[in-house]
Design a protein around this ligand. Structure first.
Ligand code: SAH
Length: 256
């Protein structure tokens, strides 16, 4: 086959693996993994889906902070004619690699098919575990200031807190970043009752999953880490039998 024909065959699938459990991965994502000649991804995510990989696929595992290299490698291999799957935890378009792939493809004016295959995001998995906290308008905010200036994050926290959104906090804390969650809670408390329900889920759909229901005033007493998502309720959110629920408004309208 000539190089030109090879090029036509190459493609890149940016695949969302879901939160961790194999049965929470979409069949389309599984099919993309099976069809891939090369699978590229962060080692921890690849380990979660080792059983779904085609034994004939080449697997290129990398460590956490190498997103740009990972995306470049995936694009380069697809450009050489390979069927490549680039895997991301959760959904590839939510704080993951789909955007970076398109930025790099645009910069290189790459001409190849790029498919984004959705996955169940941490916010879906965590909300389902907690009950139904996202039944009304919500906002997701990442507390990671590695690539976003902290002032901008605070401005967004302030705006969504004031507007009574349910708030999903991604990347709430790491070993080095410990102050952000403290500040985020202060901002929420300036607009919400200290008894506002807060759900904290770590390792959702993984072996070590933990779920805690607490309140804004008590939340800092709970363990929060890299694999934790924090959901702060709005002024209507309540807890019933260990489930966190944000009413949609049926009660007010129809009097349940
Ligand atoms: N693309 C992912 C987000 C990656 S950002 C998605 O769609 O969900 C990494 C952050 O996601 C973590 O710091 C944590 O806040 C959240 N997260 C990822 N997996 C999680 C899980 N299994 N349980 C709880 N939170 C998780």
């Amino acid at each position: 086959m000539t190089t030109a024909q090879n090029r036509i065959k190459g493609s890149l699938a940016v695949v969302g693996l879901g939160p961790g459990a194999a049965d929470l991965m979409a069949p389309r994502a599984r099919a993309a993994l099976e069809a891939a000649e090369v699978v590229v991804g962060y080692r921890t995510y690849l380990d979660l889906v080792r059983d779904c990989l085609n034994p004939a696929s080449e697997v290129l595992a990398s460590s956490m902070m190498q997103e740009i290299d990972r995306c470049r490698t995936a694009l380069a291999l697809a450009g050489q004619g390979k069927k490549v799957a680039l895997v991301c935890g959760g959904d590839p378009g939510i704080y993951a690699m789909a955007g970076l792939v398109f930025e790099l493809a645009q910069a290189a004016d790459a001409d190849l098919p790029i498919d984004v295959i959705p996955g169940i995001a941490a916010l879906n998995a965590c909300a389902a575990i907690l009950g139904a906290p996202l039944m009304h308008d919500f906002a997701a905010i990442s507390l990671s200031d590695l690539m976003t200036p902290w002032e901008l994050i605070e401005r967004r926290l302030e705006a969504v807190a004031a507007a009574d959104f349910v708030v999903v906090l991604y990347n709430p804390k790491s070993k080095k970043r410990t102050d952000q969650i403290v500040r985020a809670r202060e901002i929420m408390l300036a607009h919400r009752s200290p008894t506002t329900p807060v759900g904290i889920v770590s390792g959702a759909a993984r072996e070590h999953e933990t779920v805690r229901l607490t309140t804004l005033d008590r939340m800092l007493g709970e363990e929060i880490g890299m694999q934790t998502t924090v959901i702060v309720g709005n002024s209507q959110t309540f807890v019933w039998r260990d489930r966190m629920v944000t009413p949609r408004g049926y009660g007010r309208k129809y009097g349940l």
